[in-house]
Design a protein around this ligand. Structure first.
Ligand SMILES: [Zn+2]
Length: 500
């Protein structure tokens, strides 16, 4: 991740949120044997027997450095009605660098689980974390248990290919320290699309930062515009009826958000700021509780925060949130790309940067569903999608593509250093877009699913499923492997009956 950080710092790329190469692992199975966890009913217990229709939000502080991490409960509150499925309670996808399980304390029956990634996880891989401590507030959300539970947090261990328990918190819902009161909200909610009950749909909440009260009309229009763009892309297009989108108006006292690199300092309602981890285009908020409190006005599984800015930027963290600058020429791309990280745990498929790296000896399979180390080419993770007759690995004119890719990176770096206006950078991106378009049209395997060398910040030795994808370039479509994994996630939130 030192490398990833360097890449981000130098190239200022809209960022991924994924695990660095050094933490790649092979097919994961949660290690439940050590804790005596019992799995019954295929992991999906009868909801009403163990839960009431509320969301419990366990806020905690996650502190440490690159060598150690520590946890402390902050508070436990109600986060509104339960928005997730009542039939798929355990997360069999097991994506992300962290994974939590909720266990009935008495019977040790597994009740709920979910994978996620975190800001701490990213920060702990930066050079700064070698020298100092950091602390971030995070939340785990799960259905409100009727009886005492243990919440077991695991972190991916690259040595064992399993999630290793790093913290356990016991929660008694009857305790005076657990607050079941719902927040009273007064913000306006705009329904972008509503297709049915939250427990049977993917529920997306859109918040806005850096919009003043007078700009609420713009927020609403931005939320509608970017939602419509997303719904035009597969796999969302075919499953539009499975998705609810609600926007909560969260006005700020100032227009725009904090941008430390050009010296623009502001305090907006949700605390979004550019320049995260010193990467100029990486925009996140660290005000976890503020954001969660605002979001809980509506049921939500996934969250998008619109940034009322022209400056290119955003971010997406698996099962945390997506951020996107709405007035940039590439806002639509940023929205779809970053949401891919957030909902699907997708890796970046691009690898070019202004820095060259030597080929690595990759021994472990990445956890992300859209990249592979191709350790067993007969057992490709998207093998059922492979186009018959396609060689694995799949040949492509990588040298030609890389040559202009690196040229663009160089220009990009010098333009950024020169602090040129945003439209100059946008024009460079447009030239790159056209060049790539033309390149792909000449490629023999342009439409095939195979295994193409170069992915996830790694020039050689990590492979993607198709030549092009929105996780690779700014072209507005997902590759087949990305589409398949997004569908798998959506199915976890939309099941209407017990899963056998
Ligand atoms: Zn893809």
């Amino acid at each position: 991740m030192k490398k990833l950080f360097l890449l981000l710092a130098l190239a200022g790329i809209t960022v991924s949120c994924n695990q660095p190469v050094k933490q790649q692992t092979a097919a994961i199975k949660t290690d439940s044997t050590q804790t005596g966890i019992r799995v019954v009913d295929n992991g999906n217990v009868a909801f009403d027997r163990y839960f009431s229709d509320k969301t419990m939000r366990l806020d905690y502080d996650h502190s440490g450095n690159s060598r150690e991490e520590h946890f402390a409960v902050d508070r436990i509150v109600s986060d509104g009605p339960w928005p997730g499925s009542r039939f798929v309670l355990i997360d069999k996808l097991e994506l992300g660098s962290y994974f939590f399980q909720v266990i009935d304390k008495e019977s040790k029956i597994l009740l709920f689980s979910r994978g996620f990634a975190s800001i701490f996880g990213e920060w702990s891989e930066t050079p700064e974390a070698d020298k100092t401590w950091g602390s971030y507030n995070e939340s785990m959300r799960f259905p409100w248990p009727l009886k005492p539970v243990s919440v077991i947090l695991g972190k991916r261990d690259p040595q064992t290919n399993k999630f290793k328990t790093i913290w356990t918190a016991d929660v008694d819902p009857a305790s005076r320290e657990v607050n079941p009161a719902d927040l009273v909200h007064s913000n306006t909610v705009d329904i972008i699309q509503e297709n049915g009950p939250a427990s049977e749909k993917v529920d997306i909440v859109i918040l806005g930062d850096g919009y003043t009260k007078a700009e609420m009309g713009k927020f609403k229009a931005d939320a509608k515009r970017l939602s419509a763009v997303m719904m035009e892309q597969e796999p969302y297009k075919s499953r539009k009826k499975d998705i609810n989108i609600r926007a909560v108006e969260t006005p700020s006292e100032v227009s725009g958000v904090c941008k430390p690199h050009p010296g623009v300092f502001k305090r907006s309602a949700l605390g979004v700021q550019y320049g995260v981890f010193d990467s100029e285009r990486y925009a996140l908020t660290f005000d976890n509780k503020t954001v969660r409190n605002e979001a809980s006005q509506v049921p939500y599984d996934f969250m998008i925060i619109l940034i009322n800015e022209r400056t290119y930027g955003g971010g997406g963290i698996y099962n945390l949130y997506t951020t996107v600058s709405v007035d940039n020429k590439y806002a639509e791309y940023i929205m779809v790309h970053e949401y891919g990280h957030h909902m699907g745990g997708l890796a970046d498929e691009y690898y070019t940067s202004s820095v060259s790296y030597e080929a690595k000896d990759i021994k472990l399979e990445p956890w992300e569903p859209n990249v592979t180390a191709l350790l067993d080419k007969n057992n490709l993770k998207w093998k059922e999608l492979v186009t018959p007759g396609t060689p694995i690995p799949t040949p492509w004119n990588k040298e030609v593509f890389d040559k202009f890719g690196y040229e663009v990176q160089k220009q990009r770096d010098s333009l950024r250093q020169a602090r040129v206006p945003e439209e100059v950078m946008e024009a460079l991106f447009m030239r790159q877009y056209r060049q790539e378009d033309e390149f792909f049209s000449r490629e023999k395997f342009r439409d095939a699913v195979g295994a193409f060398d170069g992915a996830n910040y790694t020039q050689k030795g990590l492979y993607r499923s198709q030549l092009d994808c929105i996780m690779f370039t700014r072209h507005m479509h997902f590759c087949k492997a990305c589409q398949k994994s997004l569908v798998s996630v959506m199915e976890q939130y939309t099941a209407k009956a017990p899963v056998k």
